[in-house]
Design a protein around this ligand. Structure first.
Ligand code: ADP
Ligand code: MG
Length: 256
């Protein structure tokens, strides 16, 4: 592998969804399928954070779900270090998190962590050590044995973050990780991402928070209607304007 080969490349991804008659009426379209992601290419460098921006419905979640193997693309391919991997092998390298992740209320963080570690085939002794380390580092140890239904939203998000790295993934895919969190919990998430980057993980995240992207991301991509419209190094994209200004200029320019 060459030194600058990206850890992950998603090439020419394409995904459409069937539209019901009602959805066609609501959207005022006459086509039978909605193209959610259209010929989208994205590459992620080792040890870097990529921020995906776009209005609601732009295709961010669909893209991230394809990268995380939760959804298969109709066209396109995903390469890990320049190679095709079997789905199972690839999935072990990916940690995924969305703000909608549902933890089972009845169980405790500790049990849930064990469950996911086993699911990913992590060796039991290793899982135990990782749990201790990750829980202590993110303050989950204080409520490790409390039923999830009794935890606050911020605590639950910490548990979800801890679980998303239970199998020590190299690539981390987070869909709006700070959605619905208060400022303190959002800051915890931000610090968590910064720590992961320091460890050398590659992260791709979608968010609506410009400041989060400005603070954390090395690269940024803006998607509109399923296509990548602007992409580049954060420092270059924002050389003259704030990210917010770049974003709105692009969105409003397209709407003209
Ligand atoms: N399972 C699905 N069935 C039908 N349409 C979907 C489905 N998932 C997403 N879409 C549509 O695809 C488009 C892109 O959605 P999404 O990827 O969720 O965008 P974003 O995350 O940027 O808000 C939207 O128009 C959305 O309504
Ligand atoms: Mg989304």
């Amino acid at each position: 592998m060459e030194a600058d080969t990206p850890i992950l490349v998603a090439k020419h991804l394409y995904k459409s969804f069937p539209l019901t008659r009602k959805q066609k009426e609501q959207r005022g379209v006459n086509t039978d399928r909605l193209v959610a992601v259209n010929d989208l290419t994205l590459s992620l460098k080792e040890g870097s954070i990529y921020g995906l921006l776009g209005p609601n419905g732009a295709g961010k979640t669909t893209t991230l779900r394809m990268i995380a193997t939760l959804l298969s693309p109709e066209k396109g391919e995903i390469l890990y270090k320049g190679e095709h991997l079997k789905e199972d092998a690839y999935r072990r390298k990916i940690g995924f998190l969305t703000s909608e992740l549902k933890l089972d209320d009845f169980f405790t963080p500790s049990y849930t962590f064990d469950y996911f570690s086993a699911l990913y085939g992590v060796d039991q002794e290793e899982a135990k050590q990782r749990k201790q380390h990750i829980f202590a580092r993110f303050g989950v140890d204080r409520f490790a044995d409390v039923q999830i239904k009794n935890l606050s939203t911020g605590m639950k998000q910490k548990v979800s973050l801890a679980i998303s790295i239970a199998h020590s993934p190299e690539i981390i895919v987070y869909d709006e990780p700070t959605n619905g969190l208060d400022i303190m919990a959002s800051r915890d998430v931000e610090n968590f991402l910064r720590d992961l980057k320091k460890e050398g993980k590659a992260i791709v995240l979608s968010t609506h928070i410009f400041s989060l992207v400005e603070k954390l991301c090395d690269e940024v991509g803006i998607i509109l209607e399923g296509s990548m419209r602007l992409e580049g190094k954060m420092s270059e994209i924002c050389a003259e304007k704030s990210l917010e200004q770049v974003f709105f200029d692009l969105v409003e320019g397209e709407a003209l």
